[in-house]
Design a binder for this molecule. Structure first.
Ligand SMILES: C[S@@+](CC[C@H](N)C(=O)[O-])C[C@H]1O[C@@H](n2cnc3c(N)ncnc32)[C@H](O)[C@@H]1O
Length: 271
């Protein structure tokens, strides 16, 4: 249910708040230590054609900006809060994802490094979608990183909330497990849904599947969490928050993307 617009560029939809603003401005206005989980994917500085943001800064300037964003996120995270940072690399810039992660380590500790697999070939079979590249040097790029940061590196998480059943059921009794659930590990196969038009991708060139933020939010295992995405794009993180019945805040610099995220959320059933 879409509430009235509170101010130009600000919307409340269900339990979610969207602000069309620069993320550093938005972050500065949030209370310190107020956020349980931040799930976000910044621009990767690889020349993606966003509507208004130019995704090609000088490398040092880009990394300094990411470091500033990392500090601003650390300020608003609760002491036991988590940041899940999704970044991808390219053949031409294979270090960019890890350099962005490194830039975030001023006030944050890398606790888990998750590999997000978008497409996987097993034998002759292929699952999921990928963007093929034309190259005589580089393989098609079928994965991205999800870096899980906390303030201490020692924050307990609910591994079984996103766990899987044991393949070998005899392990349950042998290792004294209370139920048929084990940690799924740090490789997540999260394929994009098959789409036939740009509109089905919410007219955004770089969204992640809603299952990605959903998993991150469930993994922190906090009741009634406050979720944040400072680079909201098409609103996927807040769609996940709404589906899980969590509160969320998102910042997006582009007015059109912010408006589309709002419309998408208005059509999202509350969990
Ligand atoms: C990788 S996309 C995020 C996609 C999002 N995860 C989704 O699923 O739709 C990065 C977004 O950051 C936005 N952006 C770029 N600079 C920004 C800034 N300074 N503040 C807020 N948003 C910004 C871009 O317009 C773009 O929509």
């Amino acid at each position: 249910m879409l509430d009235k617009t509170k101010a130009p560029g600000e919307w409340t939809i269900g339990r979610q708040r969207i602000l069309q603003t620069d993320c550093l401005t938005g972050l500065a206005e949030l209370a310190a230590e107020s956020v349980d989980v931040c799930v976000t994917s910044p621009p990767y500085n690889i020349g993606i054609a966003y509507r208004s943001y130019a995704d090609r800064l000088p490398r040092e300037q880009y990394l300094e900006w990411m470091a500033e964003v990392g500090l601003a996120i650390a300020r608003v995270l609760k002491p036991e809060g988590s940041l899940f940072l999704n970044v991808g690399s390219t053949g031409n810039d294979p270090w960019i994802a890890s350099d962005v992660a490194d830039a975030m380590t001023r006030d944050l500790v890398l606790q888990n490094h998750i590999v997000w697999v978008k497409s996987l070939s097993i034998g002759e079979d292929t699952l999921g979608h990928f963007k093929p590249i034309t190259s005589d040097r580089f393989l098609n790029n079928n994965h991205e990183a999800i870096y899980h940061f906390t303030k201490s590196g020692r924050v307990a998480i609910d591994r079984l909330a996103v766990g899987v059943p044991f393949k070998d059921k005899s392990n349950i009794a042998r290792w004294g497990h209370a139920r048929d659930r084990r940690c799924a590990g740090n490789v997540w196969f999260l394929p994009y849904q098959t789409v036939k038009s740009r509109a089905q991708k919410f007219d955004h060139p770089a969204g992640f599947p809603v299952e990605l933020p959903e998993r991150c939010i469930r993994l922190v295992g906090v009741a009634d969490p406050l979720v944040l995405d400072p680079f909201l794009g098409a609103g996927t993180t807040l769609v996940a928050a709404e589906r899980l019945g969590a509160r969320g805040i998102g910042f997006e610099i582009d007015p059109d993307y912010a408006a589309r995220a709002t419309a998408r959320l208005a059509a999202t059933p509350t969990g």
